[in-house]
Design a protein around this ligand. Structure first.
Ligand SMILES: C[S@@+](CC[C@H](N)C(=O)[O-])C[C@H]1O[C@@H](n2cnc3c(N)ncnc32)[C@H](O)[C@@H]1O
Length: 333
């Protein structure tokens, strides 16, 4: 069972070691080529949890669902694949539970954010400045907004905002100006090559061009797929789904995502001491979650050497504690 052709999964050993601890429902919110899903299912079998476990695989890309269906076909009785957005995790889990898994709680959720190698390497998807293709960048090929819509219709100020906020690009205004000038002169921007050429011309310094291209393409991808909005939603909705001692593992690939995961997990794992100076011996409320990883886990040198994608990966894991039993929002325990 290999997944290498479609996508080489990152930190599989680490994810399995930190996530698979008990029987229950496991949700892979970013199924891709099913590398993490297969490893989770394998670990459940080896640990004797298989009979009482179930895996839900979610991806918004129908090509990923098709790929994973082939790989997971022999295990179909214990697996359900859903084409959808992971921000809707709560409804998806509820539907699957209601259709035949009464009483089974969610033991683990994994999110391996971003795009797959298959998506980046397919020129027609338009994710890469290295491949000639249409300016698309939709992870969900049926999605409404494409990168072409953004670069051809957004105002200069909005474009600069996107490059700055989602790509942390310092020359955001200059690049937005160049995009709009090109639009005025030639009527539109239609391909990855055209956009890459505009960026190269706007950034004169050759040594900065590659990094700027990466930041501009990242920014557009984040905007097209509302990546920060859906991440915020899946973090909130995901932890609500977890059963007692259930864990959520998130692998992020850039600082905007990692910051969001770090802050969200820290906040959940912090006791509430009420207003300062009250002098309590005990916190008003004990944190309902525990940080399993105080610092992010990163890939080892050997993996980074084999898979350059692993270089920027950061894995963080949180666990729902027993004290959450009383929480009214904890619908799945
Ligand atoms: C990095 S790949 C995951 C690779 C996978 N872990 C594997 O082992 O092959 C990310 C996948 O998540 C999907 N994805 C990203 N954001 C999503 C979202 N908001 N909802 C559903 N799927 C999403 C992408 O379409 C892509 O297939």
């Amino acid at each position: 069972m290999t997944n290498e052709g479609y996508h080489r999964p990152v930190m599989v050993r680490e994810v399995v070691a930190l996530l698979v601890r008990r029987a229950g429902i496991y949700v892979d919110g970013t199924l891709g080529g099913a590398g993490h899903s297969l490893a989770i299912l394998q670990a459940l079998r080896e640990d004797g949890f298989e009979r009482d476990s179930f895996l839900i695989g979610i991806d918004q890309d129908r090509f990923a669902i098709g790929e994973a269906e082939n790989k997971l076909a022999p295990l179909h009785e214990r697996v359900r694949l859903v084409q959808g957005n992971f921000r809707d995790i709560a409804g998806i889990v509820k539907d699957v539970r209601d259709s035949g898994l009464p009483g089974m709680t969610v033991a683990g959720i994994v999110l391996d954010l971003g795009v797959s190698s298959f998506q980046i390497d397919t020129p027609e998807r338009g994710f890469s400045y290295l491949r000639a293709g249409p300016l698309d960048m939709r992870m969900n090929p049926e999605g409404e907004l494409s990168a072409s819509d953004i670069v051809n219709t957004y105002e200069e100020r909005e474009l600069a905002d996107i490059f700055f906020r989602y790509g942390e690009e310092k020359k955001s205004r200059r690049i937005a100006g160049a995009v709009c000038a090109w639009r005025r002169e030639r009527g539109g921007i239609n391909s990855t090559e055209e956009l890459a050429s505009i960026v190269r011309h706007a950034v004169k310094e050759p040594e900065q061009q590659i990094k700027t291209l990466a930041r501009v393409f990242q920014a557009l991808r984040v905007a097209v797929n509302d990546e920060l909005g859906v991440l915020e939603a899946v973090l909130k909705n995901g932890v609500e789904c977890l059963g007692l001692l259930g864990r959520m593992a998130v692998i992020s690939y850039h600082s905007l995502e990692d910051r969001m995961v770090k802050q969200f997990f820290r906040q959940l794992a912090t006791d509430d001491w009420g207003p300062r100076g009250v002098g309590l011996r005990e916190p008003l409320h004990r944190a309902a979650f525990r940080l399993v990883t105080r610092k992010p886990v990163v890939a080892g040198d050997e993996e980074v050497e084999r898979n350059s994608r692993a270089r920027s990966a950061k894995l963080r894991v949180i666990e729902k504690q027993a004290s959450l039993v009383e929480s009214p929002g904890n619908v799945w325990t």
